[in-house]
Design a protein around this ligand. Sequence first.
Ligand code: HEC
Length: 164
Amino acid sequence: MSGLAYGQAAQAAVSDPTNAGKAVFSRANCMGCHKWHGDGGGGYGGDALSLRKTELTKEQIIETVACGRPGTGMPFFVRGAYDTISCYDMTRQDVGERMPPEGGTFLRPNDIAAVADYVIAHVKGAGEPTYAQCTTFFGNTSRVCDIYKAGAESSSKTGTEGSK
Ligand code: HEC
């Protein structure tokens, strides 16, 4: 009996349903513009808005990812956007020069829903990025995360460690 209970607990721990969406977030290079933490910032494609501070609903995130955002650097990720796929009730002709760039990869509707779920569950409303969130994202104590450590340990128990 205890063996069974253990098995169930272990399974619950590894099957975060948003893992698929997290994989899309990396694979489709959302993190190239919005960064691992989703807070965005400057870069190619202009200033990617913060997904932590976004007020969009899941449906709106899905449409934004599928269709991009006209007149900005936010790419569209669905094949046939503004063409065979309806986007904001605009055709390619309507959108004209404001046609957003094409994403580096096309995503299926399932992938888009998954990445929207991931953003809702782990990014939207997540506040300032922390060291713990960073190591969870990378799955290890990546050096990328060290800059968040400094903030977390500002009381400087580790005195000489920093190299400011
Ligand atoms: C080439 C850079 C780039 C890539 C890649 C990219 N984005 Fe964006 N994204 C942007 C920019 C720039 C904006 C801001 C658009 C604007 O100014 O309205 C944005 C806006 C958004 C918004 C709207 C936020 C809001 O509150 O209005 C969402 C949601 C979003 N991106 C999600 C994603 C997801 C998910 C992916 C990966 C599938 C992704 N983006 C990939 C550049 C990018």
